[in-house]
Design a protein around this ligand. Structure first.
Ligand code: TYD
Length: 198
């Protein structure tokens, strides 16, 4: 399995704080003048927008259809990521195929989700913000926004197990760093900087 040096992925449950950390990291890397690209999945491309409509209950599709949509969105995205890495840029991405293994693995056969994603390259570093489900649920409800498809306690508890399964199948050369999501955002960010900059 291919591992892309300079490709960094943030993962965690809904409400875990990946987006906050990604924004901090973006500002930090800009300040350092380090060439980088900030990305997210689902992407803001046409397939990613369709996925967001499903998450917001505008359409309903079968679980396997959604698994294929995430993979199709990723297929377009990977081409861009590979191009950036080849050009010497660092790519930092909010969610990647581990989200598919953890989330779609709840409602679809895990091996099928793995096979669907098996040809995509892995990042050299995964930053997993490990936040207790209860804490995620509290943050989700404080947002005061309409509840999206996966934002339910029982489902996220299964997703958390799904992440553990995904991380036990990492190819050699992929470093997974577990960060305590219950810690203060500044503390988590300090740890991220240590990991990425040594
Ligand atoms: P995200 O953008 O992180 O959530 P938010 O709407 O809070 O910004 O992710 C959207 C949802 O998509 C999230 O519930 C996780 C889910 N997801 C999957 O189920 N599979 C995937 O492959 C990916 C990338 C995301």
């Amino acid at each position: 399995m291919q591992v892309l040096d300079g490709f960094v992925v943030l993962e965690g449950l809904d409400g875990a704080g990946t987006t906050t950390q990604l924004q901090k990291l973006d500002r930090f890397l800009n300040g350092k003048g380090k060439a980088h690209l900030v990305q997210a999945e689902p992407t803001d491309g046409p397939i990613g927008r369709l996925i967001r409509d499903v998450l917001q209950h505008k359409h309903s599709v079968q679980p396997w259809t959604l698994a294929m949509l995430y993979a199709a969105d990723r297929n377009e995205h990977v081409a861009r990521i590979e191009q950036e890495i080849a050009g010497g840029n660092m790519v930092v991405c909010d969610r990647y195929l581990y989200s598919s293994l953890a989330y779609q693995g709840v409602t679809c056969p895990w091996e099928d989700v793995w096979t669907l994603n098996q040809h995509y390259p892995h990042p050299s570093t995964i930053l997993y913000i490990d936040t207790p489900v209860e804490e995620c649920m509290k943050r989700i409800s404080h947002r005061g926004e309409p509840v999206e498809l996966f934002e339910h306690q029982e489902f996220l508890t299964k997703v958390r197990d799904g992440y553990e399964r995904a991380f036990s199948h990492l190819p050699a050369g992929v470093r997974m760093v577990r960060l305590d999501g219950a810690a203060e955002p500044e503390e988590i960010f300090r740890k991220i900087c240590q990991v990425l900059l040594g």
